[in-house]
Design a protein around this ligand. Structure first.
Ligand SMILES: [Mn+2]
Length: 192
């Protein structure tokens, strides 16, 4: 499968710095996508988002998503902490996802039994739990931070490109009082 990815992020209304960051990293055989949402907002949160971004640019991906999440947890030790949703997509169309804290994962039409974990990366994390699924052509994954109200369905944005879907979700459901991020991944056949 070919992964067509759109991302959109913006700081809380009135802030110039963003504590949210979208994650997209194409490696040899896998693609890492996700969102890190540093606690709070403003420059202190933006510093944490920055540390997370740099960490995820070089973290080993071959140990699976739980290992990526635990690595990020260690990388954020001593900071104010963050929530995150991270997904690894591979050449065989396998999805492996892992979430910690107040972030959101949606996928369809394939139903993915996504259970996200509690805790704060960098501060307290009892255990991470991951979920896996085989993706199909025309599947769409939508990740959002908690600066986006979760009251929407994938059908509301059917037929729109990943970029356009990000803008529409942000426009209709973005919350002014928090940093907000949307990541949309469409699974498309390689030949398309
Ligand atoms: Mn937030």
């Amino acid at each position: 499968m070919k992964w067509s990815i759109g991302t959109l992020t913006r700081p809380r209304i009135g802030e110039t710095e963003n504590g949210d960051c979208p994650v997209v990293r194409h490696a040899d055989r896998v693609t890492l996508v996700g969102i890190v949402d540093a606690l709070g907002h403003g420059s202190a949160a933006a510093r944490v988002a920055d540390i997370a971004t740099r960490h995820l640019e070089q973290v080993p991906l071959d140990g699976g998503i739980e290992s990526v999440m635990l690595d990020l947890h260690q990388g954020l030790a001593g900071t104010r902490g963050a929530a995150a949703i991270l997904c690894l997509l591979n050449e065989d169309d396998d999805l492996e996802g892992c979430g910690v804290g107040h972030v959101f994962f949606r996928c369809g039409p394939t139903r993915v039994p996504a259970v996200l974990g509690e805790g704060v990366l960098g501060a307290r994390l009892r255990r991470v739990r991951s979920f896996t699924s085989k993706l199909q052509r025309a599947d769409r994954i939508v990740l959002t931070s908690d600066g986006v109200a979760p009251y929407f369905g994938l059908a509301d944005f059917e037929g729109l490109s990943p970029e356009r879907t990000c803008s529409e979700i942000m426009m209709r459901h973005g919350l002014g009082h928090d940093d907000a991020t949307v990541v949309v991944v469409d699974a498309e056949p390689k030949s398309a």
